[in-house]
Ligand binder design. Structure first.
Ligand code: ADP
Length: 394
């Protein structure tokens, strides 16, 4: 009996042991499964965070403004490509001291000021020593953590260099326009005053003053037309009426116009443009281009000189036209500036000839609006050749 009870107890103990062992295995397996699931979830979360960080960095890098995020100890948390290019460091520069990365004490001072001020807006600074000097506007903001404590700052750099250059060009243009308008206007005014003061007594004096008024009023009108046309070209408001345009006939029309007005000697203008050349161009605008170039050839050429207009089809599908004179030529240092507004080699001669100083600038802009380009080649004493391209008609 005792033996049987002992055996039963042993079997029971063994069965309990087995059950415990099975339960433990099951629990371990389930814990392992849970761990695996947690690890997987963590890995997915980390991948999500990495992807998020990558996307933020890509977004930062695609921005034109330079951005630097600094932590509360003054170390860079993140800097984008534009900031790296402005200050000459390799982004993201994470962990570097701000001053080491940007090497600019003014920027470091702005970051320090943010410890006391919540933001600094519109601070302008000049960056020198990294490529061309740049004029930059800085907007900076102090960051706060959830508890409201200091959490570094963010600095945004906006490159104003191009804007400032354009402003300078605009100011110079306005100054030039005012000057150009004032000259004929004051001559007209003087002539009128002289007439009022008794100049109309003699018919010769009257004629002379009226001729002055007429000439300078025409100059004013020309100047205003040129300025308005350039403004339209600049703003892209000029609509070109593109159509197939036979170039020999277009050149001949302008030559005949000069002859009709008595502006050119007979035989001074030669049309050597082949009959078959047809461009895609706006007839009125092309007439203006040819007019300005031939007008210059006459104005700045020799009294007995001649001008030849040529054209040929290039292999790239563009037609190259040229206006060649045998005049005094343009000095080489002036060739790079010749298409600038109001640039003249000889101011007095240009004014005397009724020039506005805008003719070549209009030529360049009109040709560029057609998708072509303008060139000049000149040799002092031998003459000048202006050439331009236009797309050939299909
Ligand atoms: P402008 O109204 O003074 O003629 P442009 O823009 O047409 O203005 O020309 C600018 C300057 O370029 C002229 O003032 C002149 O000094 C120079 N220039 C233009 N064409 C010629 C040329 N064919 N030969 C010599 N100089 C020229």
């Amino acid at each position: 009996m005792k033996e049987a009870a002992a055996i039963t107890l042993c079997v029971l103990a063994a069965a309990l042991g087995l059950a415990w062992w099975i339960e433990r295995r099951r629990r371990l397996a389930s814990e392992a499964q849970q761990n695996q699931a947690l690890q997987l979830e963590r890995r997915l979360h980390e991948a999500d965070l990495r992807e998020e960080a990558r996307r933020t960095a890509a977004l930062f890098d695609s921005m034109v403004e330079g951005i630097i995020v600094v932590d509360e100890t003054g170390a860079v948390r993140l800097a984008n490509r534009a900031a790296g290019a402005l200050f000459g460091f390799e982004p993201p520069a994470t962990g570097r001291r701000l001053i080491e990365a940007v090497r600019n004490h003014e920027v470091a001072a702005i970051a320090s000021r943010l410890e006391k001020e919540p933001k600094i807006l519109g601070h302008e600074l000049r960056i020198e020593g990294v490529g061309e000097p740049r004029q930059v506007q800085v907007n900076a903001l102090a960051l706060r953590d959830r508890a409201g404590g200091p959490d570094g700052s963010v600095l945004v750099f906006h490159d104003l260099t191009r804007l400032r250059e354009l402003e300078a060009v605009r100011q110079e243009f306005v100054a030039n326009v005012s000057h150009e308008l004032r000259t004929p206007l004051s001559l007209i005014k003087s002539a009128v005053e002289a007439l009022i003061d008794g100049g109309k007594g003699s018919p010769q004096t009257l004629d002379r003053f009226l001729e002055i008024i007429d000439r300078h009023a025409n100059r004013l009108a020309l100047l205003i037309d040129d300025i308005l046309l350039l403004a339209k070209l600049d703003s892209g408001r000029l609509r070109l009426s593109l159509q197939p345009l036979p170039l020999r006939a277009a050149a001949q029309e302008v030559i005949d116009d000069f002859a009709l007005r008595g502006r050119a000697r007979v035989g001074a203008l030669h049309n050597e443009v082949p009959q078959e050349l047809v461009a895609t161009a706006d007839p009125d605008r092309l007439r203006q281009v040819l007019f300005n170039l031939i007008d210059n050839a006459i104005k700045y050429g020799k009294a007995d000189g001649s001008t030849v207009i040529r054209g040929h089809l290039r292999s790239d599908g563009f037609i190259e036209m040229s206006v060649q004179d045998d005049g005094h030529g343009i000095p080489s240092d002036a060739l790079t500036r010749i298409f600038e507004r109001f640039f003249r080699v000889d101011k007095a001669r240009s004014r005397e000839q009724g020039g506005t100083g805008l003719g070549l600038s209009i030529v360049k802009n009109v040709i560029q609006a057609h998708g072509g380009e303008v060139k000049v080649a000149s040799e002092l004493g031998s003459g000048t050749t202006f050439s331009f391209t236009l797309p050939a008609a299909k």
